[in-house]
Ligand binder design. Structure first.
Ligand SMILES: *[C@@H]1O[C@H](CO)[C@@H](O)[C@H](O)[C@H]1NC(C)=O
Ligand SMILES: *[C@@H]1O[C@H](CO)[C@@H](O)[C@H](O)[C@H]1NC(C)=O
Ligand SMILES: *[C@@H]1O[C@H](CO)[C@@H](O)[C@H](O)[C@H]1NC(C)=O
Ligand SMILES: *[C@@H]1O[C@H](CO)[C@@H](O)[C@H](O)[C@H]1NC(C)=O
Ligand SMILES: *[C@@H]1O[C@H](CO)[C@@H](O)[C@H](O)[C@H]1NC(C)=O
Length: 359
């Protein structure tokens, strides 16, 4: 009877619908699994080539061909002539570099080298990071670059190990700490930029075991300090504007020497500073702007957090997330932070970098 045939047709139809649904479902799963892995925000969208394109608009003769770190072979097999002295080149520092580079390394860890997309966060030390709850967001980036800033309270004399106190006491002074501030600044550190006068942090507790400790050389003494620390040679005290640590428990395998090329680019291309300055009006880029420049030559995406200073009229506002110093402490420095702010604003307007906190 016809009712029986109708049932059959319905059955076939139902089977057909199930098959259609199943194939769509499979397709969906396929797309989900292979095209859009369910992950944190936008891990899959990599704006490949965008940083290069936009950076070339801002930086004349932009190239990614220069190595990030100095390596021994450049000073041993071929004597690479450098145009400038520190901080823009290595002219005149070749001998101490030969010694220092023979005990440090220059390679990038395989875990970074193999990344298909280098999503980078450059984390400053600005007061705006306080209570920002940015820690989890910062930790999601593939590469987190931090730096220890120079200005800060002068070291109390009792904290100098050479005066008879233990290194444990000198560690109370902590520059750009992560420990205790994880919620606001995160805990991941891929690279930490520092120089002797700013190296007041415990290399082990304030970093991850694989953090690269990147020395930013400003003067030949900085190479000598690093070599003395790593080779446990006699420490030199003269020639620093603030006492650097005399004991510094770092693994030499994690130490890198930043190529001064990036300081040159920061000064010449981003700040338009004259490369040959009369000795008196020496203005140098801050390590913060340098860290951004480095990221622009290395990353596929650059986000910044904790940059910027309070209004210069605001004399009482503290400038760092971890210590009570004001803009006054920057006054005597060789940096012009308002000039640098203009450079960073230009990057933001171009969409070359993005700010994660107010800038
Ligand atoms: C994620 O990607 C979408 C679309 O590409 C974009 O609108 C959004 O701003 C991105 N979010 C983040 C956090 O980058
Ligand atoms: C780019 O390089 C050329 C050749 O070395 C040089 O003449 C020119 O001044 C450079 N331009 C900038 C903006 O640095
Ligand atoms: C951060 O939050 C704590 C506790 O809520 C508060 O006491 C402190 O004043 C806040 N600090 C800043 C700089 O907003
Ligand atoms: C610092 O930079 C600002 C803005 O570029 C400029 O107006 C000012 O004269 C500079 N100050 C010094 C001391 O060079
Ligand atoms: C970035 O800075 C601008 C001011 O220059 C601000 O309006 C914006 O809210 C900031 N973005 C974030 C995510 O804080």
């Amino acid at each position: 009877p016809s009712g029986h045939a109708g049932g059959k047709i319905l059955g076939v139809l139902a089977l057909f619908l199930v098959m259609v649904w199943y194939s769509i479902y499979r397709e969906d799963r396929y797309i989900q699994l292979f095209y859009f892995p369910v992950q944190e925000t936008n891990k899959t969208t990599c704006p490949l080539g965008e940083v290069e394109r936009k950076a070339a608009q801002l930086i004349g003769n932009y190239t990614r061909d220069h190595p990030l770190f100095l390596q021994l072979k450049d000073y041993f097999w071929v004597k690479t002539p450098s145009l400038y002295e520190l901080p823009y080149g290595t002219k005149g520092s070749e001998d101490v570099l030969l010694r220092l580079l023979s005990i440090t390394h220059y390679s990038l860890p395989e875990s970074i080298q193999s990344l298909k997309c280098r999503r980078c966060a450059v984390v400053g030390n600005g007061h705006r990071l306080r209570n920002s709850s940015m820690g989890d967001t910062i930790n999601t980036y593939d590469v987190v670059i931090r730096y220890s800033p120079g200005p800060g309270p002068p070291l109390p004399p009792q904290c100098h190990p050479q005066l008879g106190l233990t290194p444990v006491m000198s560690q109370r002074l902590n520059n750009a700490p992560v420990h205790g501030y994880e919620q606001d600044v995160g805990s991941k550190t891929t690279m930490r930029l520092f120089y002797p006068e700013s190296a007041h942090f415990d290399p082990r507790t304030e970093n991850n075991p694989d953090t690269l400790l990147v020395l930013v050389p400003f003067k030949p003494m900085d190479f000598q300090w690093m070599e003395a620390i790593l080779n446990d040679k006699k420490r030199v005290r003269k020639g620093f504007w603030k006492q650097p640590p005399l004991i510094w428990d770092a693994n030499p395998e994690q130490v890198r020497i930043l190529n001064p090329y990036y300081m040159e680019v920061t000064a010449a291309k981003l700040l338009n500073l004259p490369m040959k300055q009369p000795r008196k009006v020496k203005q140098k880029p801050t390590t913060g702007l340098l860290a951004i420049t480095l990221a622009l030559h290395f990353c596929d995406l650059v986000h910044i957090a904790g940059f910027g200073y309070p209004d210069s009229a605001n004399k009482k506002q503290t400038i760092h997330y971890y210590e009570q110093i004001t803009l006054k402490s920057m006054a005597a420095s060789e940096h012009n932070v308002s000039h640098e702010a203009v450079a960073i604003k230009r990057m933001l307007e171009l969409g070359l970098v993005k700010n994660l906190t107010y800038f």
